[in-house]
Design a binder for this molecule. Structure first.
Ligand code: GUN
Length: 293
């Protein structure tokens, strides 16, 4: 079994990006600048956004963090997005999800300028991905694709089973694995809460990508010998054994599954760091105007 070391690959990507930034600085180019908006103070969201801001610092990007209270009116959030859309120094913007119930995620995402949508959540970017036009691609699926590439994992003709059909992970992941070329050319099955005999479908997977948010859902008996297993789950559970008081659990029962598969991502240190690296990549593309010219 080979560990898909997202932490190591993400560090490599960050160092590649840092070199590019140094080159941009030397040649008098504007430094890439990411704006992140966080609404409220949800513990997990705080952690993710802090990681994103720190990653910007590490590679030499500028970052702006906008904090809004849990009770902020939707209109005010939309105005903030307009302001960032119009700010020529800011290349990319993300609004950390989930948002409080009184705010429409759909309206918020649609307000972001397509050219600055480095999360790849805007319907135009999602649509362009589906028809294989240049687009910002959602960071988590794109990070998984990069991990598959860097470990040279075969995907052509493989049966890829995806557990979860979210807009952020499951759906774009299915499109990416099914599209022509490498990584891709896989036969894709998307499973969800209504899938019949999900255990049996999982056992047919050459590549199993799990994004359900159910801690340790996938057990050893659900995995075919030699399968590639990618765990997107991160459930935070209280723990007395860690300094932070929390520990992260994946959707895969690692100890059981690791005995059977050919490759597996750990949690933490697998998909999570790759998501951040992808966001930085998208921000670099935005700064270089690579997608929309
Ligand atoms: N919430 C969970 N994942 C993400 C992500 O990739 N981007 C944003 N903005 N919010 C999220």
């Amino acid at each position: 079994m080979i560990l898909l070391d997202g932490k190591k690959i993400s560090a490599q990507i960050k160092s590649e990006i840092a070199s590019s930034v140094a080159g941009m600085e030397k040649t008098g180019h504007k430094i890439p600048h990411l704006a992140a908006i966080i609404v409220g103070s949800d513990g997990a969201s705080e952690t993710y956004v802090a990681h994103k801001v720190k990653a910007c610092e590490q590679v030499g990007f500028r970052s702006t963090l906008v904090r809004l209270t849990e009770k902020v009116q939707q209109e005010l959030l939309l105005e903030k997005i307009d302001e960032i859309n119009e700010n020529a120094d800011i290349d990319g913007v993300i609004v950390q999800l989930p948002l409080p119930a009184h705010i429409s995620e759909e309206k918020v995402i649609e307000r972001i300028k397509v050219e600055k949508d480095v999360d790849g959540f805007h319907p135009v970017n999602v649509g362009r991905l589906v028809i294989n036009q240049p687009a910002y691609i959602s960071a988590t699926p794109n990070g998984i694709i990069e991990l598959i590439k860097r470990y040279d994992i075969e995907t052509s003709g493989k049966h890829c089973v995806i557990l979860g059909r979210s807009n952020i992970v499951g759906k774009p992941m299915a499109v990416l694995m099914a599209r022509k070329g490498y990584p891709g050319d896989a036969t894709v099955t998307v499973c969800h809460s209504r899938t019949k005999d999900i255990h049996e479908v999982c056992r047919q997977a050459d590549i199993l990508i799990v994004a359900m948010g159910k801690a340790e859902f996938v057990t050893g008996d659900m995995v075919k010998d030699g399968a590639v297993v990618i765990d997107v789950g991160i459930t935070r559970v209280k723990s007395v054994n860690t300094r932070s008081g929390w520990k992260l659990m994946g959707d895969v029962k690692f100890d059981e599954v690791a005995l059977k598969c050919s490759y597996i991502t750990p949690v933490p240190g697998g998909v999570g760091p790759m998501t951040i690296a992808s966001l930085l990549n998208n921000t670099m593309k935005a700064a270089k105007k690579e997608i929309y010219g």
